[in-house]
Design a protein. Structure first.
Length: 353
């Protein structure tokens, strides 16, 4: 087993915002998980039925807990709370419903928005009739229990963690097989955007400077926006200069090509997306969202957080506000981490100077 990253791998993680770890998980573990998916939790059309008993099943959690990935993160990132849940992501074959043009940074709200551009305040990307979509006090939970705001003062609109870890439960080496895809190198621009927002004294994340929550797509229709403006600009540059990969019609994105048992480690700030599965086989991945242990927080490891699946661990998974000790400002700490993502990585300090 590989306990740490090589110097070359660290350089790649620093430059690209993600790294592939070959053979990170044993075939015994991936086969056990695959049989669990197929035997009990895939319907006749290969659509995933994703109950809590699956996402917290030991055979699923073992893909991280009993793998080389857990060791690498502990040695390179540092300590983290127990992983108690996961995101099981199976994309059926011949599935084109997942758009590859919408990479995002995790932690944003998702839900219903106006259908007419006239109903949007475009500078902040906010509905004119916000109560209709966001609730009376912007408190409405979105899809996947996403939150409009992390803090009561509504200064932080993005949940965060340290590292997204993905495990391939089956082969996905041919482009177009529903790959996890990343906006390569955009993590640096995202970090700079957070710093700019903090210096401007505005909201951090969507609705802050340079990041409207809702934008208009190429057809002029309102759509939720998972990226700061600078990352959209990079997408356009990459699409213009990158050579198309055969079978891959999205040149701005880099497909993460994984064999069964391979893992991917990506920074929270590295924009990513699922992509359509054009193949005849389902794409089976499991994701774990890992946050570096925060010594001063009394909630580390508490089940109410949902560590491993939650992208907003400053709050309870279902949106509940938590009590913190006097003088411990969990939201300020998260903002500082967003503005300095390498501060959570012990093994990357020589690159982060």
């Amino acid at each position: 087993m590989q306990p740490t990253l090589t110097a070359e791998q660290k350089q790649q993680l620093f430059d690209d915002g993600f790294i592939i770890i070959k053979n990170a998980v044993s075939k015994d573990l991936t086969q056990r998980a695959r049989e669990l998916f197929r035997g009990h939790h895939l319907d006749e059309n290969d659509h995933l039925v994703n109950p809590p008993e699956l996402t917290t099943h030991n055979s699923v959690l073992s893909l991280f807990n009993d793998s080389n990935l857990a060791t690498i993160l502990r040695n390179e990132m540092g300590p983290y709370p127990e992983v108690i849940s996961s995101q099981v992501a199976v994309t059926p074959p011949h599935n084109i419903t997942r758009g590859a043009s919408t990479p995002h940074v995790d932690g944003s709200w998702s839900g219903d928005i106006p259908e007419d551009s006239k109903d949007i305040e475009l500078s902040r990307g906010r509905p004119h009739d916000a109560e209709k979509y966001f609730g009376e006090n912007d408190e409405r939970l979105g899809i996947n229990d996403s939150l409009l705001w992390q803090d009561p003062d509504q200064k932080l609109s993005l949940g965060s963690y340290t590292s997204l870890v993905g495990v391939a439960v089956n082969d996905q080496l041919e482009p177009g097989n529903g790959q996890f895809a990343v906006l390569k190198g955009a993590h640096r621009l995202v970090e700079e955007s957070f710093r700019m927002q903090r210096e401007a004294g505005g909201v951090i994340g969507a609705e802050g400077p340079g990041w409207p929550r809702i934008i208009l797509n190429e057809s002029g229709q309102p759509t939720l926006n998972g990226l700061p403006n600078v990352a959209h600009e990079l997408m356009a540059q990459l699409a213009e200069k990158n050579k198309a990969i055969e079978g891959w019609p999205w040149p701005a994105l880099t497909p993460v090509l994984l064999a069964e048992g391979d893992g991917v480690i990506a920074l929270h700030s590295c924009p990513h997306t699922a992509t359509p599965n054009l193949s005849s086989n389902p794409r089976m991945n499991v994701y774990f969202r890992i946050r570096r242990l925060r010594e001063g927080s009394p909630h580390e490891g508490a089940r109410r957080i949902g560590h491993g699946v939650s992208d907003h661990p400053d709050r309870g998974y279902y949106g509940q506000f938590l009590d913190y000790p006097e003088g411990y400002d969990t939201f300020k700490i998260s903002i500082d981490k967003l503005c300095d993502h390498w501060s959570d990585w012990d093994g990357m300090q020589e690159f982060a100077r």
